[in-house]
Design a protein around this ligand. Sequence first.
Ligand SMILES: [Fe+2]
Ligand SMILES: [Fe+2]
Length: 375
Amino acid sequence: MNERKLLQLEMDRTLRPEGERPSSTTVMTRRTFLHKSLCYGAAGAATYALLPLINTMDVAFAADGQSFRFAWLSDTHLYPKSLNTRFVDKMVRAVKEIQGMNPPADFLIFGGDLAQLGDPVELKLGAELLGEIKIKKHFIPGEHDWYLDMGKTWSKMFGAPPWTFDHKGVRFIGLDTVSHGPDYWTARKMTPQERMGHMATLDGSVAGPWAGLGSEQLKWLNSTLSSWGKDKPVIIFSHNPLYEYYPQWNFWVRDWREVHEILKPYSNVTNIHGHTHQALYNEIGKLRSIGMLATSWPWPYAPEGVPVLTRPMIRADPGDHFDAVGWSSLAVSGMARVEYEYMMWRKEVFATAPVDSGTEDNRNQILSPRIADRL
Ligand SMILES: [Fe+2]
Ligand SMILES: [Fe+2]
């Protein structure tokens, strides 16, 4: 066994003590409903309808017995309309569907990457489109929103996380996992456009391991949680996943060890994240993590590290830009359940073959050495 595998095993043992799971009342039922609602128009031609994929989990949420629903939208990656309206079209569709929810959602979380290249024109276009949604909105940034002007436009328009609020027995927390990247631009004398350009690539070969909370925010998280009961429900929103899935693409935060240390005493924490643009599910210790869809494009699963609990979605049809993307609706019920629905615009959702990109090795693959450790 090579050194990397040994390290993975060791880290897996450390983070997954035997028998430790999210709250003992939590069962991921794996009941999945595919709503086969392919529509046929007057001419008999098939058109796409909304085909929700529903994963139902039984969890001890909403302790005071109130039910509610909220919506998640992220990774719209807008270009100025003069360049490209493909991503605009998809965001418009998601916005209409969210505004059309009946009964309406209590609030919307926008999970980052509103813009493609941080251009104020893109951010303003996003704000204008989101203006069609009349419910309360909360925002966290993505790296694509931030690195042209280091968050100036974003913060002015949407405020800056971290933030927290309590709603019907659940504590909600919004984190900033994007703004603490190490400075790779000053020594290289990069322009803001060049800095943003490197940040906008997936492989991160120049920008490096940028995702993280930073020490101030970790302290804030610790103190924010300390005033909340250890067994009471917490939902944490972040752009990047709060565990180590695939550091090379910043599908992680580099200080995930510290995050897990802080979250350890709390038995009912769910992390909902964007950035990965794919259906993802993971449990590490008592923390459960759910990855959300993008409206822009689906990323492939990483070549390693796909959590074993994830049921992968099938690869997208490259000829259909509405395929394998969408938004999400999350319901929290007084019957101790949370349901999340991927509102995915496609005909088939899950892979039927056991093997798809990056998912064939489903043992000991959760963790790989941090980029930071290798440097
Ligand atoms: Fe994104
Ligand atoms: Fe992102």
